[in-house]
Design a protein around this ligand. Sequence first.
Ligand code: GLU
Length: 465
Amino acid sequence: MTRRIRTRFAPSPTGFLHIGGARTALFSWAYARHHGGDFILRIEDTDVARSTPEAVQAILDGMNWLGLEWDEGPFYQMQRMDRYKQVIGQMLEAGTAYYCYTTPEELEAIREAQRDRGDKPRYDGRWRPEAGKVLPTPPEGVKPVVRFKNPTSGKVAWKDVVKGDIEFDNAELDDLIIARPDGTPTYNFCVVVDDWDMGITHVIRGDDHVNNTPRQINILRALGAEVPEYGHLSMILGSDGQKLSKRHGAVSVMQYDDDGYLVEAVINYLARLGWSHGDDEIFSREQFVEWFDLDRITPSAAQFNFEKLDWLNAHYIKQADPARLAADASRRLTQRGVSLADGPALEAVIALYHERVNTLVQLADSVEPYYIDVTPSEELAAQHFTDAAKAALASLRARLAEVAWDKATLSAAIKETCTEHALKMPQVAIPLRVALLGVTQTPAIDAVLEVIGRDRVIARLGRIA
Ligand code: GLU
């Protein structure tokens, strides 16, 4: 019988959930979902100096916003200390771990001597028990660390589900410290006990952990635990091929929400960062789960590309339910102190713009002038409110006071004004846009007029014409 698939996302709460972590979480989640398995959230908070409750909250917020629901957890490593200590006790008893009394000063001296001889610096195994070996007497007053008794020969190898065959010589691996002098377990050890206790079948994580994997596998074997599959995801690079930094988009996933990206665009975008399904670029979360498998993850680094994210976002905004876009715009505008109370119906304004923007912030920016007292900038006013334009806008205003308020009639009124003043369409339409909305480019002017409504149009034109 095959085991039920169990994956986990195990962030360290030392900052927000950034885009790289989000992709790791997404792939782990999708793999569990694809196989009808379980996805576990584990908070690796043993680095007490760097872990904060705010960072935990930021991770949970990010996961919730992305819709990556977990089936178990969040588990907190700090709450599992007794369990780690229990396993350390068992290993000491079984002889797969041992006390080491070497002080940091001694260790430094050992390493220096090794360097002088041209050897690779490493722990020399002086406290490692071996058959027939007589160990030194434990010194007074020195609190020992606990070391894992790593095999000294042979190789530790695994078939990485992303990177293929990887192997390390055991001779290259030191006897890892698994408990500090105060008894607290170390990072690699906690991960091992957790993956074991939580029955993780597939460890999907960033490839900055490749070097931890041989040690973790050896400890799992010493514990008689089943070794999970490992898949190490390559880094995400910036669009310039450099390490991803803030300016490349390595910001909190919640920043994408603030910046007006729809969650389906972000999910779709992250899914394609290092994974593909033929030529498919646009797909739903459900399709992704259906298609996702580990064998289509590219072992090479993926590059972040804002234009593509914008393109996807524009696509999802076009498709979005108008009521949802209205709710978002309403929230953003209210935050800016803009009241929607006596302006046009928000959905009608949004319908003019939702196919023209890349982000929800741009959408809110486009919609805002319909609800505020627009004062065109002096520069735009000087450029566009020429005497000829003002005269034309004055007669247009008079016409608009009387005509029926529908696009065809409004369009005819503008054309008549052009003819009357011997002006070309843009010579009237652009000053009109500046007067009404403070910008030179808008959707079709008749549609804009229709939505703004007669009273506001007349009032705004009255201020300049
Ligand atoms: N806590 C580790 C990190 O945030 C992940 C460890 C793991 O996935 O095994 O990088």
